[in-house]
Design a protein around this ligand. Structure first.
Ligand SMILES: [Zn+2]
Ligand SMILES: [Zn+2]
Length: 383
């Protein structure tokens, strides 16, 4: 079968590899037909040779936090490996122990592999499922699209994926919801949901602050979801007109900021927020977002903070009883509620898609310098 690979940093190409097969009775095989680009994939896709060597040097010198090597290996993005981990797929085969999923079902594929019954899964920490992420050193993730350090699951821009514990892992796209609308539900869209929806549910008058940028689509999804979740106020800050326009289209109040200065890019504003979504992927963004919180406010850092010893305003957080949540997204537990919300409200998540491309054009489209790439092809007729 054909799979899009990161050949080396900055280069993708199609690679032939054997089709996965049903290996366990609880497995399903699925055929992705919508795939979208996680904001994090822009990092390896846009690393040229010079930047890659600079990144390797920074990892060697300790300027990049050693935890990064634990997550993605000491020579990250070396390639070749199947890239891509956000997909909507069609079930094409099920093992004999699968009782819920059926051939032909249209499903969201969560980016991380999980069993649904271990201690971590029962806590909702499905991206840290201990059935697939042993506590031994050398692996912190088990997922699609991150290369051999995260298991041999392959990338989702491929013809077949093997899904273990399929009845648990896969979640059907609700009837009437366009798969293109929820293309990113396997990771970024649901990551945005977890930063906004749980806190909004506890605070009827919640005010929301979103700092956009590095995690481009997550910040925009968060702004749009916050508006539709009925937040009292949603302020979106960014320096890029294309993203500001999308946020404004969602109904957020947008603010253009200047990131050319070294210090905080945030304007002095009197507003304080219950929820802050830090999607700029910068330490300064984290500090800015934390300092905007109301008493008891919660900031979610959705970006990568690669630098060693990222500074945080801890006394400021103490003074406001602030909470900072960071970490990989645990998509599976949130999917049913989020998909139901989108089915009920018609949230137009596809507004964030800045490049909708044909599957066969993935080599040109997937690395494009744009906010959100979505690839698509026709599903099979399995009736
Ligand atoms: Zn991702
Ligand atoms: Zn588990």
């Amino acid at each position: 079968m054909r799979e899009l690979n990161l050949i080396k940093p900055g280069h993708v190409g199609w690679v032939e590899r054997p089709d996965p097969v049903l290996a366990d009775p609880g497995d399903a095989l699925v055929r992705p037909f919508v795939a979208s680009r996680c904001d994090g994939d822009a990092l390896p896709l846009h690393l040229d040779g010079l930047k890659h060597r600079a990144m390797q040097a920074a990892m060697m010198s300790g300027a990049i936090d050693p935890a990064v090597a634990d997550i993605i290996g000491k020579d990250p993005f070396a390639g070749p490996f199947g890239i891509g981990h956000e997909a909507i797929a069609q079930v094409t085969a099920v093992g004999e122990a699968v009782t819920d999923m059926r051939v032909g079902d249209i499903v969201v594929v969560p980016w991380a592999v999980s069993c649904g019954t271990c201690y971590e899964c029962r806590l909702g920490l499905t991206a840290k499922c201990s059935t697939f992420v042993p506590t031994s050193p050398g692996r912190t993730l088990s997922c699609f699209g991150f290369g051999p350090t995260s298991g041999a699951w392959g990338g989702v821009i491929s013809d077949t994926l093997r899904i273990p514990f399929a009845d648990h892992m896969l979640v059907r796209v609700p009837d009437g919801v366009d798969p293109l609308r929820v293309a990113s539900a396997g990771d970024n869209l649901t990551d945005a949901w977890r930063g906004v929806a749980p806190t909004r549910a506890q605070r009827p008058c919640a005010r929301v602050h979103v700092l956009g940028g590095g995690a481009q689509s997550i910040g925009l999804y968060a702004a749009g979801l916050a508006v539709l979740l009925g937040a009292e106020r949603v302020d979106y800050f960014d320096d890029r007109d294309t993203r500001l326009e999308i946020a404004e289209g969602f109904g957020a109040t947008v603010h253009r900021i200047d990131r050319s200065r070294r210090k905080s890019a945030m304007p002095r504003i009197a507003e304080r927020y219950d929820i802050a979504v830090e999607a700029s992927s910068t330490g300064q963004g984290l500090r800015d977002a934390l300092r905007t919180l109301r008493p008891g406010g919660i900031c979610t850092g959705n970006g990568y903070y690669l630098g060693a010893n990222t500074l945080l305003p801890v006394m400021d957080m103490y003074a406001t009883s602030a909470t900072l949540q960071v970490g990989v997204s645990h998509v599976r537990p949130h999917l049913p509620e989020m998909l139901d919300f989108i089915a009920r409200t018609g949230f137009e998540a596809e507004r964030v898609t800045s490049l909708l491309a044909d599957w066969d054009d993935a080599v040109d489209a997937y690395p494009a310098h744009t906010t959100k790439v979505v690839l698509h092809r026709d599903p099979l007729d399995l009736t």
